[in-house]
Design a protein around this ligand. Structure first.
Ligand SMILES: *Cc1c(COP(=O)(O)O)cnc(C)c1O
Length: 474
């Protein structure tokens, strides 16, 4: 065991080398998935190896296949930058070997998590008495919030699904915007509510749910009801009209859950907070630490106004587990897992490192960089910014509007490929409405306007090359 400790030192050295050289690396992996499978493929080791050599081999073999997700010009998907403070706290969580299932088994892990939970409620300005479970990400945040919703709306109709299951229960009407994130459908699937058995509510051009359509659908049915809203549409960054949705939910006895994986963090910025007005009136919220808060993966939060409903949905109990006194917060009673890493340490460390002002500055800066990039891109002939840039998301289509949809699609993909090839930044693509678009998500901790400019320069060069290779009408 003592010999193995050298492995920690080696990992530390390798991690520092990687992070110090990060900004100079090409963003995209140098090797493909197939290359990496071939590089790692080996028979199950029959005999032991020194831990330090194992770690050295992992880094040496693995680094060429890394995507530089913590790079300041990584704009792919919507991912945070694994800030060194959060990573360091996470190292300690693992090195200390703390299982955070119970408060008495690791007082430090449970207490830090409890304090961090309070800070999360404060910085997001959500009801201070709400409960916060530390989950793997927004997918499990959605699952946990919707599990509490399922239990509570059925209990109000005389049924306890946590004890009796769903067979024979009154059907729950689940209302969801047309442009909800795919992970919410997964959560509905896990919960036995059905990913397809939902009432889809119309959305506007930015993906915002129509309150009028929701009102009509909610009024059309009797029985237990859940409404799933969104803070930050994955492509456009748009916010649902929360104040209206809250009024509809309250008026109909529906539970309102909000998927705010990244968008809920707009509340940390005084200049952007108004985008989320009313969201504090919802019943549950899911958000991520590993996106805008920059903790390492995997960290998300399941936040529920009604602590009892939250605990009923998630409590694990057995006689061998420590007893609980009134008012104590049991980490495992708010999340699906029993045994898990002390995830709260990274959240505590990030909030302490950045502080309220640091988070506000970062969220505002990312949104300003996104607006700046959108402004420059949209000014170019044949380049269209498709969304209203409210926060950190920009989606862009390339090609003249007079060209066919197929031609624009091919051009947009060619620009994406050329940009990624330069290594200067990383972007991906997605379908938005009937268009194939380039997605830019400005969310890595260190990204500045200069990074945005360097990326736009690369994008416009790529566009001009693609245009020259495929002239209009060719
Ligand atoms: C990222 C994201 C999710 C899923 O979150 P994970 O952390 O990947 O589980 C859900 N909803 C939205 C809007 C997201 O951006």
């Amino acid at each position: 065991m003592q010999d193995s400790l050298e492995a920690l030192e080696e990992a530390y050295r390798l991690a520092l080398d990687y992070r110090r050289g990060l900004a100079g690396r090409p963003c995209a992996p140098e090797r493909s998935y197939d290359d990496m499978r071939a590089a790692f493929a080996a028979p199950l080791p029959a005999s032991p190896s020194p831990a330090v050599e194992v770690i050295r081999e992992l880094a040496r073999t693995g680094e060429p296949g890394l995507m530089q997700m913590a790079h300041p010009r990584f704009f792919g998907w919507v991912l945070g930058g694994s800030h060194p403070a959060g990573v360091a706290a996470d190292w300690l969580a693992s090195a200390w070997g703390q299982n955070t299932g119970y408060h008495t088994s690791s007082p430090t892990a449970a207490a830090v998590e409890e304090v961090a939970a309070g800070w999360i409620l404060e910085i997001l300005d959500l009801p201070r008495a709400a409960s916060v479970g530390f989950v793997t990400g927004a997918t499990m945040g959605n699952f946990t919030g919707l599990a509490a919703a399922r239990g509570e709306v059925l209990r109000r109709h005389g049924w306890d699904p946590d004890a009796d299951g769903l067979f024979g229960a009154p059907p729950i009407h689940v209302h969801i915007g047309e442009d909800a994130h795919t992970s919410v459908f997964s959560a509905l699937q896990y919960l036995g509510l059905g990913a397809g058995r939902v009432i889809r509510i119309a959305t506007d051009g930015q993906g915002r749910m129509s309150a009028r359509d929701l009102m009509r659908e909610v009024r059309a049915r009797e029985g237990p009801k859940v409404i799933i809203a969104q803070a930050g549409q994955i492509n456009t960054g748009a916010f649902d009209p929360f104040a209206e949705l809250v009024a509809i939910a309250r008026g109909s006895g529906a539970w309102l859950h909000v998927d705010g994986a990244f968008g809920l963090w707009a509340r940390a910025s005084p200049g952007l907070k108004a985008l989320t007005d009313g969201v504090e009136g919802a019943d549950s919220w899911a958000t991520d630490g590993h996106k805008w808060l920059q903790t390492p993966f995997d960290t998300g939060y399941a936040i529920v106004r009604d602590r009892e409903a939250h605990e009923r949905a998630m409590t694990t109990w057995a006689s061998y587990l420590p007893a609980r006194n009134e008012g104590e917060r049991i980490p495992s009673s708010l999340v699906p897992e029993l045994s898990r890493r002390a995830r709260g340490l990274a959240t505590w460390a990030m909030l302490k490192t950045l502080g309220r002002e640091g988070v506000a500055e970062m969220v505002a800066r990312h949104s300003a960089v996104a607006r700046h990039m959108a402004g420059r891109l949209g000014a170019e002939d044949g380049v269209r910014v498709v969304n209203e840039v409210a926060i950190n998301q920009v989606i862009v289509e390339f090609g003249a509007e007079t060209e066919s949809a197929g031609a624009r699609r091919a051009l947009t993909q060619e620009v994406i490929d050329r940009v990624v090839e330069t290594g200067i930044c990383f972007v991906g693509g997605a379908t938005w409405r009937d268009k194939w678009v380039m997605r830019i998500s400005v969310i890595a901790a260190d990204t500045t306007v200069e990074d945005g400019d360097a990326a736009v320069d690369a994008m416009l060069d790529a566009w001009r090359e693609a245009r020259a290779a495929h002239p209009v009408g060719a």
